[in-house]
Design a protein around this ligand. Sequence first.
Ligand code: FAD
Length: 488
Amino acid sequence: MSHPVVVIGAGLGGLSAAIHLRMRGFDVIVLEKNSQPGGRANRIDDRGYLFDTGPSLINYPWVFEQLFAASGATMGEYVRLMPVDPSVKFYWREGKTLCLSSRFDGLAEEFSNFEEAADVKIARFIHDTAHRFRVVFDHLVTRNASSVASWIAPVPKRELFRLGLFTTLDRQLKRYFRSERIRAALGSYAMYLGASPYELPGTFSILPFGELYYGLWYPRGGIYSLVRAIEQRAREIGVELRYNAPVSAITTTGTRVHGVQVATGEFVRADVVVSNVDVPTTYQLLGRNPSSRSWPMTPGVITFYWGISADIPQLHHHCIFLPSNVRQAYKQLKERIPDDLPFYTCLPSRSDPAVAPEGKHTLFVLVPTPTISQAGESFDWDRAVSLAREQVLARLHHHSVALSASSIEVEHVWTPRDWSQRFGLYDGSAFGLSHTLMHMGPLRPSNRDPQIAGLYYVGASTTPGTGLPMVVLSGRMTAERIWNDTRR
Ligand SMILES: Cc1cc2nc3c(=O)[nH]c(=O)nc-3n(C[C@H](O)[C@H](O)[C@H](O)COP(=O)(O)OP(=O)(O)OC[C@H]3O[C@@H](n4cnc5c(N)ncnc54)[C@H](O)[C@@H]3O)c2cc1C
């Protein structure tokens, strides 16, 4: 190939694709619009408070280890992952709480507050779902496939029916747990995948399983230490990274990619372009109208980054505050901010004091919202921020969490509009394209453009899907696709 491969965007998907391509012998240039890597997994550094902007929970650590191994290195030499256990604490308004853990005894004791014979039921859930998890991981999320038939071909028919593709997440969980609270907690991850647990395929019961069985992890120094480590490894193997380089157009000769136009005026010639930009936003770079087809997107988020001058001993590293009526909250989320606000808090300084000034805390609060178009043109985001701030503080107070507005000495807030402007997230959707049955596997946008030869995609809105481990896998899968295509 006479020109380097151009990767647009230094999110974790883009960095992973760049590393895998470089290791296959391609020259690779990454063009990133912002001044630093990571995309959604970014960093705000303010007066000694180090905030991770987006992801805060790390699952499946082996995926990141494999990325370093593929580049000829050992992850532990670059960044250390620490387990967070107990992992997540759930709160209900009525006062009940539930702490998840990878330690079976502790978990059984917590579940027994809600469910009879909890130990037997957890054991059954773990046993059955472990099997599903292996099938999904070995066959469905780690391989390129061009059609549904070739996607499911390696999965024995008997196994296929057991995966829960044709039931809902809530129904799948109901096979093990009668308690609505336990199901609400284990099903709460559905929100990040763009549907309620009453709509999302039952296959996604592998998510709570993965967290219980393989644990939750935290890189020392914050999620951004992992991003920096991956960026450093990319540089070491010879990937060229250029920041403040926003791509304004992908040019083609009709059916073949020709190069990319950078907004600074430079044109970079390329036979292969990999876009890490959200797929519908990439359509805009191609002069295509993304609204010519429908893109069911995951929700938006308002994110608060609070530097807290006091201790908050009641808060765990990860907490989720659930609404009393989960179904209603999911329904309302499609058009407005729910009345009874569900939200997530992350206090990384609980496990890692180095991310805050001495004796102080960094607190991240994630409030789900509709996307920009769902909220509508006239939606007042400033008012939504004020209301969300009030509601979060009131709910924390309700649970005797000692956090007052006066102890917030640093505040940054990002709405879906900020997320969209900073990282090109289509419609302000935080996690990309939804993962309903019709948007899984080869039914998601392919990582190879069907019309333009030489144009590929990587990241949350292509295959296999959203989340840091998935976009890292996406990088490997896109590189494999390119390798196979260029050898042909
Ligand atoms: C608030 C929040 C919380 C989350 N929590 C978790 C979590 O706890 N655990 C988890 O695993 N996942 C989580 N996620 C999901 C996870 O962050 C994403 O799935 C993942 O980071 C997406 O990576 P990506 O490489 O696909 O895209 P991105 O991170 O969006 O990267 C795309 C890159 O392209 C760049 N770009 C865009 N347009 C251009 C252009 N025109 N020219 C050049 N560059 C451009 C952007 O600046 C960006 O750097 C969370 C996401 C959000 C928003």
